[in-house]
Design a protein around this ligand. Structure first.
Ligand code: HEC
Ligand code: HEC
Ligand code: HEC
Ligand code: HEC
Length: 344
């Protein structure tokens, strides 16, 4: 056989073989100066697969604010008393479709007495209403005017698909190669990497230092270790996967620690980290005693949220669909000053 022909055939075969590995071709979008590597890579196949997941639900138009207030009409209304009875009923119908469409009103209510608080789900839901109002009024520097409803996290299920619990200590225990130090697991939470598999407890519940880069040439200026940096990378990997973006969606490719020349999304993310902490600490953890044991983690802790709980793989939850436009009742009173004053 002609050698040149054979080589040509081989080259052709390898093109066919290799191109079959990544099909269809990835889409790339340039987001910075040429040559700086500020490029986002998207897999059109995954985007197509998740179209339904990221579609916004149907929404009823806002109900009339006229007429008697819910606080007067009903017996046991502690949060939504200022709504008109029409708004109140409409919100109950929407909440049912967002959280418990299969189970209906009875998921939270004793149908014989709607005023009763006998089901834990009603007690949790009341706090969830307050949490949603707080997100929409107190964290505008993250959720903007897009906002969230129960659907952003719940997507038609009582338990949101993306939640996390603390890791039981045996996962950190020693084995024949020594202590795992919370890592080397190929954990899903950190994109199947061997990074620390629970970066949530230190950063999205506690407020440990995420910034690890030194600001001086000598180590005396930096008290952080490589080991600490691995926890930061664990969190960053979660953030990237939760939003379906690469690192340069938020960072400039020249220096990950510098804020100069970053896309504005990094500041949004900075507020998002503080928001997740606030919600886990002040809304979810205090509900620990309210939840039944089958809803809790191995350590008896309550389910908590992270970036994926709302985003679920999209750069903005539900691809940025405006959620509170038709639900002004889910926007709380103006934000406390302490949140507005916080800056990166
Ligand atoms: C996800 C939980 C949940 C679902 C589902 C739900 N509700 Fe409610 N409902 C609540 C909460 C929480 C309150 C109390 C609100 C407050 O305290 O401001 C409430 C209060 C009420 C009240 C006031 C009762 C009183 O006299 O105090 C009525 C009426 C009501 N709901 C009707 C309904 C109807 C009808 C449905 C089904 C279409 C429904 N709810 C579905 C959580 C729920
Ligand atoms: C930011 C995300 C988020 C939003 C927004 C949110 N929830 Fe939740 N919700 C959670 C998490 C996390 C849990 C804990 C999961 C569990 O039940 O174990 C939860 C649990 C619940 C439960 C208990 C379900 C069960 O079976 O244990 C109810 C009921 C509920 N939410 C109602 C609501 C309602 C009503 C709204 C809107 C007013 C709402 N949630 C908004 C995150 C959210
Ligand atoms: C959604 C935005 C976003 C994405 C995506 C992201 N980061 Fe970050 N990153 C941040 C923010 C915000 C901080 C600062 C956190 C703070 O101070 O609370 C940060 C901090 C860091 C730091 C610490 C810098 C210092 O000052 O010590 C490193 C290192 C880092 N990121 C690496 C990465 C890597 C690697 C990836 C990709 C796997 C990534 N980041 C993806 C937003 C992001
Ligand atoms: C309570 C739900 C919720 C949680 C939790 C949440 N986000 Fe968001 N995020 C949103 C909403 C809503 C928007 C859209 C705001 C807008 O339209 O500008 C958004 C927007 C963003 C954006 C801007 C995207 C863009 O292209 O402009 C970034 C970056 C981001 N979130 C990062 C994060 C990170 C990182 C976390 C976890 C630390 C997180 N978010 C947790 C609801 C959430």
């Amino acid at each position: 056989m002609n050698k040149a022909l054979f080589l040509k055939g081989l080259a052709l075969a390898s093109v066919v073989l290799l191109s079959a590995c990544e099909r269809p071709v990835m889409d790339t979008v340039q987001r910075g100066y040429r040559g700086t590597g500020m490029v986002q890579v998207y897999n059109p196949r995954i985007i197509e697969q998740n179209e339904e997941l990221h579609a916004a639900p149907m929404s009823l138009p806002p109900a009339s604010t006229e007429g008697p207030k819910a606080g007067k009409v009903y017996q046991n209304v502690k949060v939504l008393g200022d709504l008109s009875a029409a708004q109140f009923t409409q919100l109950m119908v929407s909440m049912t479709s967002w959280v418990a469409p299969t189970e209906g009103c009875a998921y939270c209510h004793n149908p014989a007495n709607l005023a009763e608080d006998s089901k834990y789900t009603k007690v949790v839901a009341r706090r969830m209403i307050e949490m949603t109002q707080h997100i929409n009024s107190g964290w505008k520097n993250h959720v903007a005017e897009t906002g969230v409803t129960c659907y952003t996290c719940h997507r038609g299920q009582p338990v949101p698909a993306q939640i996390w619990f603390k890791e039981p200590p045996q996962a950190n225990g020693a084995d024949f190669i020594g202590g795992r130090a919370g890592q080397n697991l190929a954990a899903k939470s950190v994109g199947l990497s061997s990074l620390p598999s629970d970066p949530f407890t230190p950063f999205l519940l506690d407020s440990l230092d995420i910034r690890v880069n030194g600001t001086t040439a000598l180590p005396s200026g930096n008290r952080h270790s490589i080991k600490q940096a691995e926890w930061t990378y664990g969190l960053m990997t979660h953030m990237s996967t939760a939003l379906g973006v690469n690192c340069t969606y938020c960072h400039n490719s020249r220096s990950f620690s510098s804020w100069e020349g970053n896309p504005p999304q990094r500041a949004t993310a900075w507020h998002g980290i503080r928001m997740a902490r606030d919600l886990n600490l002040n809304y979810l953890e205090p509900l620990t005693a309210t939840f039944p044991s089958q809803r809790k983690g191995e350590l008896g802790d309550v389910a908590k949220l992270n970036c994926a709980t709302c985003h679920q793989g999209a750069y903005k939850p539900l691809n940025g669909a405006p959620m509170i436009k038709n639900h002004p009742e889910l926007v709380g009173k103006p934000a406390p000053a302490q949140v507005a004053a916080a800056k990166p």
